[in-house]
Design a protein around this ligand. Structure first.
Ligand code: NDP
Length: 499
C-alpha cells in the first residue's frame, strides 16, 4: 500500500473530522522500511478543549440511553470490525510493524471480542445494582452510574486492541470518551471512529485527538475529565496518575512488567520451550506481559537451551505481508535503539552469555534493510542483579536464569517492583496452583502464556498498575456506585423527640 493511500489525519470529535488549529503535524512511519505513511495533525489545547466539550455535550443523552440500546449500537460496531478485519489489520501492520499473520488473527479479533463482551454484559443487565432488605420496611438499593467524560491514552504495541479494550467498557457503561493513540501508531483511531459512527454511535460519544505526551498530559489534567485510563510505561503512568489524583479523577493504569516464567523440572520440554518463545518473541517482544525472566532448573538447563536453539530457527523475519513471516521490526527507530542498547549492555557490562542473536539486524530483503529490525536474542547464565534482568526491555530479549529449588525460584521471581504477569510450566497441577498463589502478579498462567481473552480481567500488581481491564470486573472501573436507603415506615426514628 503506497503512502499516498493515507490522507492526512485530522482530529475527530462531535461526529466529524476537524482540522487541528496548531498548524503542526507529525508523521506515521512504516517500521519495516522506515518510509512515511501519513501526516497526522497535532491537537492544540483549544482543539482538545473542543473535543472534551463535544464529549461533555453528548454525555447526558448517551448516559441516559438504556443499556440495551447502547448495546445494539456497539454490537453493530462489532460486526463492522469483523467484516473489515483484514483491511484494519493491514493498516495495523503498516503502522506498527507487526506481521499480518498476527494483526489479522489477534489484534482486531480480540478488540472486537471485548466490545461484544461488554455490549452483551450491559445489554444483559450487567449494570444492574443490588437490593438488600434491611428490615420489613427498609431497603438499600444500589446503582452503577457512569463517570462522565473519560480520557483514554494508548501505547503503540496493540493499537486498535487497546483502543477497544478501553472504549468498549467505557461506552457500554454510558460514558463518553476522548482517545489519544500513541503518536507512533495513530492510524487505527480514525477507522475506529468511523466504524462507531457507522454503527450509529451519537456524535461526541467517541472522540480522537492526536499528539505526543503533552497532549496526553493536557487531557489528563483537564478539569472536565472524570477518569483516565492509561496504558504505557511505569514512569509515564506515575506522572499521569499523579496528575489525575490531584483532581480526584478515577484512574486505571496498565503499565510495564518484567514477568517471571518458571519451568519446573517435570515440565514437558517442548511445551516449556514453546511457552518461553511465545513469552519473549511474539510481537517482537513488544508485549507488556512478556515472560522475560525464564527460570529453568539447573538440571534441565542444557536440554532446554539445546531445544531452544533448534526452535529459534523458526523465527522468521521478513516482508510483513508474507504468510511465513512471524517476526517484524520494532515499532520505531527510537525504540529499536533502546532495545539495542540493552543488548549491548547485556554483552558488555552485564556480561551475560549470549546464546543467540545479539547486535545488528536479522537478515531481511534489501528493501527492508532501513527498517527498525533487531535480532531475536537469548542471554543465559544471567543473574538477578543484571540490568537486562531487572529492567523492562520491551523487545525480543530473553534472559535465562537457572535455579536449584522451587522455593528459591519463587522468591527470586518476586524480587522486583513490577507485578504484571507470571507463570509456571509443570505436570504437577497441585504444585502449580501453590506456586501461582505465591507469585506476586495480577495476570498468571499455568502451562500456557499470553492468552488474554475478553472475559479474563487483567491488570498489574505493584508498580505494574492500578485496576483491571476486561472481564466482569473491568466494567466496575467505568462506573461509580450510588447506594440509596429507602425507609417505608413513615415515622423517622428521631433522637430529637420531646422528653
Ligand atoms: P509511554 O508511557 O511512552 O506512552 C504511552 C502513552 O502515553 C502514549 O500515548 C504517550 O504519547 C502518552 N504520554 C507520554 N507522556 C505522557 C504524559 N506526561 N501524560 C499523558 N500521556 C503521556 O509507553 P509506550 O508507548 O512506550 O508503551 C510501551 C509501554 O506500555 C511498555 O512499558 C509496556 O509494558 C506498556 N504496556 C502495558 C500494557 C498493560 O496492559 N499493562 C499493555 C501494553 C503496553 P506518545 O507516545 O504519543 O508520545
Amino acid at each position: 500500500m503506497p503512502p499516498s493511500s493515507f490522507p492526512t489525519r485530522q482530529l475527530y470529535y462531535d461526529g466529524k473530522l476537524w482540522p487541528a488549529s496548531s498548524g503542526k503535524t507529525f508523521e506515521s512511519i512504516d517500521p519495516s522500511n522506515a518510509t512515511p505513511l501519513a501526516e497526522i495533525q497535532v491537537a492544540a489545547h483549544a482543539d482538545i478543549d473542543a473535543a472534551i466539550a463535544a464529549a461533555d455535550r453528548a454525555f447526558s443523552s448517551w448516559s441516559q440511553t438504556p443499556p440495551i440500546a447502547r448495546a445494539r449500537i456497539l454490537q453493530k460496531a462489532v460486526a463492522l470490525l469483523r467484516e473489515r478485519n483484514d483491511e484494519i489489520a493491514r493498516v495495523e501492520t503498516l503502522d506498527s510493524g507487526k506481521a499480518f499473520t498476527e494483526t489479522s488473527t489477534v489484534d482486531v479479533v480480540t478488540g472486537a471480542d471485548t466490545l461484544e463482551y461488554y455490549a452483551n454484559l450491559v445489554g444483559g443487565g450487567g449494570l444492574n445494582g443490588e437490593t438488600t432488605q434491611l428490615r420489613e420496611d427498609a431497603w438499600v438499593y444500589t446503582k452503577k452510574a457512569p463517570l462522565g467524560v473519560c480520557a483514554a491514552i494508548g501505547a503503540w504495541n496493540y493499537p486498535i486492541q487497546i483502543a477497544l479494550w478501553k472504549s468498549a467498557p467505557c461506552l457500554a457503561a454510558g460514558n463518553t470518551l476522548v482517545y489519544k493513540p500513541s503518536e507512533f501508531t495513530p492510524l487505527h483511531a480514525q477507522t475506529l471512529a468511523e466504524i462507531y459512527r457507522e454503527a450509529g454511535l451519537p456524535a461526541g460519544v467517541f472522540n480522537v485527538v492526536y499528539g505526543a505526551g503533552d497532549v496526553g498530559a493536557y487531557l489528563t489534567a483537564h478539569p472536565t475529565i472524570a477518569k483516565v485510563s492509561f496504558t504505557g510505561q511505569v514512569t509515564t503512568g506515575m506522572k499521569v496518575a499523579g496528575s489525575a489524583a490531584g483532581n480526584m479523577k478515577y484512574v486505571t493504569m496498565e503499565l510495564g512488567g518484567k514477568s517471571p516464567l518458571i519451568i519446573l523440572p517435570d515440565a514437558e520440554l517442548d511445551n516449556a520451550v514453546d511457552g518461553a518463545m511465545m513469552a519473549n518473541f511474539y510481537s517482537t517482544g513488544q508485549v507488556c506481559t512478556n515472560g522475560t525472566r525464564v527460570f529453568v532448573p539447573a538440571s534441565m538447563k542444557a536440554a532446554f537451551e539445546q531445544r531452544l536453539l533448534e526452535k529459534m530457527q523458526y523465527i522468521r523475519p521478513g516482508p510483513l505481508f508474507d504468510d511465513a513471516t512471524n517476526f517484524g521490526p520494532l515499532s520505531s527507530a527510537i525504540h529499536a535503539e533502546k532495545v539495542a542498547s540493552y543488548i549491548r549492555h547485556g554483552i558488555e557490562t552485564d556480561k551475560a552469555t549470549l546464546l543467540f542473536g545479539g547486535l545488528g539486524k536479522p537478515s531481511v530483503p534489501k528493501e527492508l534493510e532501513a527498517g527498525f529490525w533487531v535480532r531475536p536474542t537469548v542471554f543465559t547464565n544471567c543473574t538477578d542483579d543484571m540490568k537486562i534482568v531487572k529492567e523492562e526491555i520491551f523487545g525480543p530479549v530473553m534472559s535465562i536464569l537457572s535455579y536449584e529449588t522451587v522455593e528459591e525460584a519463587v522468591e527470586r521471581a518476586n524480587t522486583t517492583e513490577l507485578g504484571l504477569a507470571a507463570g509456571v510450566f509443570t505436570k504437577n497441577l497441585n504444585l502449580a496452583h501453590r506456586i501461582i498463589d505465591q507469585l506476586q502478579a495480577g495476570i498468571t498462567w499455568i502451562n500456557t502464556w499470553g492468552e488474554s481473552p475478553a472475559d479474563m480481567a487483567v491488570g498489574g500488581w505493584k508498580n505494574s498498575g492500578v485496576g483491571v481491564e476486561n472481564g466482569r470486573r473491568g466494567i466496575e472501573a467505568w462506573v461509580k456506585n450510588k447506594s440509596t436507603l429507602v425507609d417505608t415506615n413513615g415515622a423517622i426514628a428521631t433522637v430529637f423527640a420531646k422528653l
